[in-house]
Design a protein around this ligand. Structure first.
Ligand code: GLA
Length: 387
């Protein structure tokens, strides 16, 4: 990979890249729509991600090129930037903007990006490109940020430059992910543990609905607001900062404060999902994959019925999984509204699973999903020469 990207860099810029970096995408095993409510999530970095090859220039220009998209951008080094339409280069441009805003100078760069995360698949291609850019700038400019600073900066870019009010899970996972580990992350304190994602006889399959994600950003921001409304209602009686500061039993005692049924459903999902993550952590540590799978199905049902971010495509993945005896559990992963599902599948039955779910999904939805065998990989870093 490094060799072929270097050739492309040469072809485009007529020189050698000085450095090469990689940041992965992520899946979330459980704990959905929890991060912006201050609770627990369990994401893993995956081996798909974004590559960035870069070389400084003395022209005082930032040149953004991608092997995935035709649009390119050349802009002079200046004090501030704004987002242009919905182009891919807004993400790295936003990162540069935030370095500058923070008082960290950045000089001219020729940058070539390549991503192998399926576009709009909900596997965090945006966090991946933000974090790889932030990591690269920090390294090249010796800006002195810690990895956690870079995660927070990338989240600010997404919130304020791009305009999606996401939580911190994706940027955190793609930065701190570790091979064969899941991260148990407390999104309030940012304490985390990398736990062995020992799945025994099972492997993790990723099933991409291939559904174009429309309205996902505005619906996402709407959910964030509904959670804020639920929190404000509960704060009339409870001294809490986040919905996830309470468990289901406490919620049930005070839920009468939430008069809007939709807002009530959103809060119920969040608080019960947070409790499910705690149970899932215990199940994983005891290698109880059946219990883990049961919690995955419960998570999916709640995202479908209470949080209303699933859809017939993601539901079809969970439905098929329930009738396949070789699957311990399945659920949608990420924000929803299309994107991907994940399933815990017996390794010995993976090929059958892949074939059968493709048939089931295609018959029901009218086009095929893509099925991947997921490998849990490392977080952001300098690109290894063997990759
Ligand atoms: C998106 C957001 C994350 C998180 C998930 C849902 O991936 O970027 O911050 O909220 O949705 O869990």
């Amino acid at each position: 990979m490094k060799q072929s990207l270097t050739l492309e860099f040469n072809r485009i810029f007529n020189k050698e890249p000085q450095n090469a970096y990689f940041s992965p995408g992520r899946v979330n095993l459980i704990g959905e729509h929890i991060d912006y409510n201050g609770g627990l999530v369990m994401p893993c970095a995956i081996t798909f991600g974004t590559y960035l090859l870069v070389s400084p220039n003395s022209d005082g220009v930032f040149r953004f090129r991608s092997l995935n998209f035709d649009e390119k951008l050349d802009v002079p080094v200046q004090n501030d930037y704004t987002k242009t339409d919905e182009f891919w280069f807004n993400y790295p441009l936003g990162v540069i903007e935030y370095f500058l805003k923070d008082g960290h100078p950045v000089s001219g760069l020729d940058m070539l990006f390549y991503g192998d995360i399926p576009i709009s698949s909900g596997l965090s291609s945006s966090a991946s490109i933000e974090v790889v850019t932030a990591f690269a700038l920090n390294d090249l400019m010796s800006s002195g940020y810690s990895k956690l600073d870079l995660v927070k900066l990338a989240k600010s870019v997404e919130n304020n430059f791009i305009g999606v009010n996401c939580g911190i899970m994706d940027q955190f996972a793609v930065a701190f992910g570790e091979k064969s580990k899941a991260l148990m992350l407390n999104c309030d304190t940012l304490d985390y543990k990398a736990v062995d994602s020992n799945l025994g006889e099972y492997i993790l399959a990723i099933i991409n609905t291939n559904k174009p994600r429309k309205l996902a950003e505005s619906k996402y921001n709407e959910r964030v607001q509904e959670c804020q409304a639920a929190l404000a209602a509960l704060q009339q009686e409870l001294d809490i900062n986040n919905l996830c500061d309470i468990d289901t039993a406490t919620f049930n005692k005070h839920s009468h404060l939430i008069t809007d049924k939709v807002v009530y459903n959103r809060a119920k999902h969040v608080i019960e999902e947070n409790d499910r993550v705690k149970l899932a952590a215990v199940a994983l540590s005891q290698n109880d994959l059946n219990e883990f799978g049961r919690l995955m199905y419960a998570s999916h049902d709640s995202l479908r019925d209470l949080y209303e971010v699933s859809g017939i495509e993601l539901d079809a993945i969970a439905e098929y999984s329930k009738i396949d005896a070789n699957v311990a559990g399945a659920r949608m992963t990420g924000a929803g509204f299309g994107g991907c599902g994940i399933a815990l599948v017996k390794e010995s039955a993976y090929e059958d699973f892949s074939r059968n779910i493709t048939t089931y999904y295609t018959n029901k939805i009218g086009y095929a999903p893509s099925v991947y065998r997921s490998l849990i990989g490392d977080g952001v870093g300098v690109m290894k020469s063997e990759s």
